[in-house]
Design a protein around this ligand. Structure first.
Ligand SMILES: Nc1ncnc2c1ncn2[C@@H]1O[C@H](COP(=O)(O)OP(=O)(O)OP(=O)(O)O)[C@@H](O)[C@H]1O
Length: 253
């Protein structure tokens, strides 16, 4: 599923926070949005998953303007995983993952055997099998994050939108999470603070500053010492260690 953002501008609280953002994502690509706090990553994602309508510009998914298409159709094809969940703590893990099937059901339908199989399979793949009967409110932040990913995957989306998905995860689960997402062969757009993770897993890094795209392309070309030093206002050195990019930061003097 391809994604194209054409001159997207968005305001929050009456202030323009995204300015003429254009991004092209090919089917199956993993795109990382990187940039300092407040640079507009979450806002850009909101415009994609229909939570914040742009002032102008278009968001096209496979050529369809998401803001002109049916909300339910958009919900079916787009999986979303956000930073925080503030409700639903009383549901069990299995019930929460099963909610991912909702966009595929008719209004009065119940889960069928295929839905149950999908939910079971996703729980196994995300290592949630042993937690299936626990309530969300009784889990750690990282465990909860894995449940929410599983719910997004149970939806079998063709476009996955992730806002800081690895925030609460320990190192092993960060790597497992991104390996899993990469292996899905679907289009992924993820806001990531971990530059090493972005450089390792993303096909394309889009760097935002003050609501504008300042670089977009292969991470090796975009995530350079010079650009990162300027964008994050730190001294940054990029090298490689054991074949993977390594980023070192020092405060500016
Ligand atoms: N509800 C809101 N009302 C007013 N301004 C908002 C609102 N939400 C976000 N903003 C502003 O919009 C700008 C972009 O915020 P956004 O959350 O998109 O940044 P971000 O790059 O995701 O930041 P972070 O890395 O801190 O998560 C910021 O200046 C922020 O203060």
């Amino acid at each position: 599923m391809s994604l194209r953002m054409e001159n997207v501008s968005v305001s929050m609280g009456g202030r323009r926070v995204l300015h003429d953002v254009s991004v092209d994502v090919l089917t199956g690509q993993f795109v990382a949005l990187v940039g300092p706090n407040g640079s507009g990553k979450s806002t850009l994602l909101r415009a994609i998953y229909r939570a914040k309508r742009p002032d102008h510009g278009r968001v096209l998914v496979d050529g369809d303007d998401v803001w002109r298409s049916d909300a339910r159709a958009a919900a079916r094809r787009t999986g979303v995983l956000l930073q925080e969940q503030h409700s639903g703590f009383e549901f069990t893990v299995a019930e929460t993952v099963a909610q991912g099937r909702t966009p595929h059901l008719g209004r009065f339908d119940r889960l069928g055997s295929t839905d149950h199989e999908i939910v079971h399979d996703i729980c196994e793949r995300t290592g949630l099998g042993p937690l299936a009967d626990r309530r969300l409110g009784e889990l750690s932040g990282g465990e909860r994050q894995r449940v929410l990913l599983a719910r997004a995957l149970a939806q079998q989306p063709r476009l996955l939108v992730l806002d800081e998905p690895t925030n609460h995860l320990d190192i092993r689960h960060q790597l497992e999470f991104l390996e899993l997402v990469r292996g899905l062969d679907i289009t992924v757009v993820a806001a990531l603070h971990g530059l090493d993770l972005a450089a390792t897993y993303a096909d394309v890094a889009v760097v935002l500053r003050d609501g504008r795209v300042v670089a977009a392309g292969a991470p090796t070309e975009t995530l350079t010492d010079e650009l990162l030093s300027a964008v994050f206002d730190v001294e940054c050195t990029v090298d490689t260690l054991a074949g993977r990019p390594r980023f070192s930061f020092r405060p500016r003097r």
